[in-house]
Design a protein around this ligand. Structure first.
Ligand code: NAD
Ligand code: FE2
Length: 411
């Protein structure tokens, strides 16, 4: 086999299981003696959070708490946290919460280690050397940020969300305790789980790059590869089997556990393979509609899959088999897109950009802005130009997936 290629970049320790949050203090003590904990208002007053903090005391780790992380991580909050805690001189940063709090911990560890303006690190591979070690403790099952090399920030000056990607941002330790997600309401469970599904499908069908020895050295995201693939399939299987149950009955711990496993596995997959068009289009859509990231990427996913299908028949068929569908590759690739759309509808993800609240007049600017997310555009399995972006955006606005067949013929 000549095209076998694999790459992974992961934390030194990944721990998954109910009750494992009690290990945070001991892991912190292995990494340092002064911990800065980044969380948000909700978590900051949660009993479980206070128990985790007590675990730091028990291991003689001194700590400071920043509990004002804003949803979607506005850049101003990051500077506020760094300025307030520079004098405390932490040697480990702990992010406890959803993707926003974990990304906060990554950005704070970067700024405390290197000092320069966060804006100078936007993009890929701009961080020169290691940052402070981060312990990431997710309380949603979705972003996978606990294992990924990315932090996503809302920067009003740029008018969109921006990413900082570097292998140095991969947390040192990920502690994934599904019991921390029991309090997620159905809408949060749905949108974060849908984000994980999009990560896994976009990673599994990412572009197959030309493999050179420079590929993993020069790029944070390297496209489809055998190691990411195994994590992506693991994630998709569990998501199909347990996401609707967890949305319907948030107290079902077994479903919560499998959802946490799935979002972690999806993070392991896309953290190296990368994501693609659904994520590129969501950035401007999220900016215009102020809707959650997971809702936007999931809404776009069936349309992006339909556009990509001519290039992805074999990949989609492989995923379809994992979720128990039968047929030849061509049939399976179509059935998969219908199954994804049905799963998303069953957990309440809106079907069109119109339902999401995107004004019709904004379609063109969304397509334009999406095309500028180069890292995601080049990772899409099928080449994307402005016409293609417009076709996907239009189909996602009207809900007519079949109209993408016309786009198939143009390129
Ligand atoms: N770094 C990455 O790899 C990566 C990947 C995908 C998304 N993201 C980013 O992550 C962010 C989204 O993260 P998210 O979806 O986890 O949401 P979030 O962190 O923005 O939190 C959303 C809301 O849910 C609440 N919440 C969190 N956990 C809860 C719980 N257990 N019970 C009840 N409420 C809870 C929070 O307090 C907040 O009000 C976005 O900024 C997105 O761009 C990052
Ligand atoms: Fe995402």
């Amino acid at each position: 086999m000549t095209d076998l290629f694999g790459a992974l970049r992961l934390p030194t320790s990944i721990v998954l299981g109910s009750g494992q949050r009690a290990a945070v203090g001991a892991y912190a003590a292995r990494l340092g003696t002064r911990a800065l904990i980044c969380t948000d208002k909700r978590m900051g007053s949660d009993r479980e959070f206070l128990n985790i903090v007590a675990g730091l005391d028990a291991h003689s780790v001194r700590y400071a708490i920043y509990d004002a992380t804003g949803a979607d991580l506005p850049i101003e909050g990051i500077s506020e946290c760094v300025d307030a805690h520079r004098a405390f001189a932490p040697d480990v940063v702990i992010g406890i919460g959803g993707g926003s709090c974990m990304d906060m911990a990554k950005c704070v560890s970067l700024q405390l280690a290197h000092g320069a303006s966060l804006r100078s690190y936007y993009g890929e591979g701009k961080i020169p050397s290691p940052v402070l070690p981060v312990i990431a403790v997710p309380t949603t099952a979705g972003t996978g940020s606990e294992v990924t090399p990315v932090a996503v920030i809302a920067d009003n000056e740029r008018g969109t969300k921006v990413g900082i990607s570097s292998p140095y941002l991969v947390p040192a330790v990920a502690i994934c305790d599904p019991e921390l997600t029991l309090s997620c309401p159905p809408s949060l469970t749905a949108c974060s789980g849908a984000d994980a599904l999009t990560h896994a499908i976009e990673a599994f069908s990412a572009k197959h790059r030309d493999v050179t020895t420079d590929l993993t050295l020069a790029n944070v995201f390297v496209g489809k590869n055998a190691l990411s693939d195994s994590f992506a399939l693991l994630a998709i299987q569990h998501l199909f089997e347990c996401l609707p149950t967890a949305v319907r009955d948030g107290t079902n711990l077994q479903a919560r556990e499998r959802l946490m496993l799935a979002s972690l596995a999806a993070g392991c997959a896309f953290g190296t393979a990368g994501t693609a068009a659904a994520h590129a289009i969501q950035y401007p859509v999220g900016n215009d509609t102020h809707t959650p990231h997971g809702v936007g990427v999931a809404l776009l996913l069936p349309y992006v899959m339909e556009f990509n299908r001519p290039t992805c028949v074999k990949d989609y068929a492989a995923i379809a088999r994992v979720i128990g569908l039968t047929g030849d590759d061509e049939t399976l690739s179509r059935k998969l897109i219908d199954a994804v759309a049905a799963l998303l509808a069953s957990i309440g993800i809106p079907r069109t950009l119109k339902e999401l609240g995107l004004p019709e007049a904004r379609q063109a600017s969304v397509a334009n802005a999406a095309l500028s997310a180069t890292r995601l555009v080049v990772n899409n399995p099928r080449a994307l130009d402005l016409g293609a972006m417009q076709a996907i955006t239009k189909a996602a606005f009207t809900g007519e997936r079949a109209s993408l067949a016309a786009a198939e013929k143009c390129s």
